[in-house]
Design a protein around this ligand. Structure first.
Ligand SMILES: CC(C)(COP(=O)(O)OP(=O)(O)OC[C@H]1O[C@@H](n2cnc3c(N)ncnc32)[C@H](O)[C@@H]1OP(=O)(O)O)[C@@H](O)C(=O)NCCC(=O)NCCS
Length: 167
């Protein structure tokens, strides 16, 4: 298992991932290819985001690759928090391919990503999930998440908020 940055080399795999993901909202949304005419356009937009071009904060983006060189998950690290991220989005967003869920991959992915957070000198990592996202809450708690106050969005969605201290 390894983390790699999106590049042209992964175009076909990324397109396959989109098909296998299905019609649910892509998480993280930064990896959604819909709305782009070409993969180069997607990579360009992702690069602007990574550099923190307004309205984004600087970020890092990775695919989780399995032993067969297949993309099985995706993750964003937001390097700093703005008001939206502090309440709703958090530092990290991840998604695992539906067919690969409940195999421990998200727990593994978050553990690896926390080492990236350390390199980025993010000492306190905020991760959030919807109140009914039991799987994601477990992933966060498996990695030492300590729960903070809930945030309720304007739409009435309850967001659970967890902090992980990076040693
Ligand atoms: C949430 C998500 C990332 C979990 O990925 P995963 O690879 O299945 O997670 P893991 O296999 O590491 O599971 C961690 C724990 O949660 C449990 N779990 C996972 N999905 C679950 C579910 N739908 N319901 C109940 N428990 C679940 C696992 O059994 C495991 O329990 P354990 O620690 O007691 O063994 C995945 O379901 C997903 O991509 N969902 C859509 C996107 C999303 O919600 N992202 C998170 C945004 S906050």
């Amino acid at each position: 298992m390894r983390l790699v940055k999106p590049s042209l080399e992964w175009k076909q795999q990324h397109e396959n991932f989109m098909v296998k993901w299905g019609s649910d909202r892509m998480v993280p949304s930064s990896m959604d290819l819909s709305g782009f005419d070409t993969y180069e356009e997607f990579l360009f937009a992702l690069d602007l985001r990574a550099k923190g071009e307004h309205p984004w904060v600087p970020s890092s983006h990775y695919f989780l690759i399995d032993g067969k060189d297949q993309i099985i998950g995706m993750v964003d690290i937001r390097h700093e928090l703005n008001e939206f991220l502090r309440n709703i989005g958090g530092h990290i967003g991840y998604g695992i391919l539906p067919s690969e869920r409940k195999k421990g991959y998200a727990t593994y992915l978050l553990k690896e990503v926390l080492t990236k957070c350390k390199e980025l000198q993010i000492d306190q990592v905020l991760i959030t999930c919807d109140e009914d996202n039991i799987g994601s809450a477990k992933v966060i708690m498996n990695n030492g998440g300590i729960e903070d106050d809930l945030f309720i969005t304007e739409e009435g969605v309850m967001k659970r908020r967890f902090w992980i201290s990076i040693k």
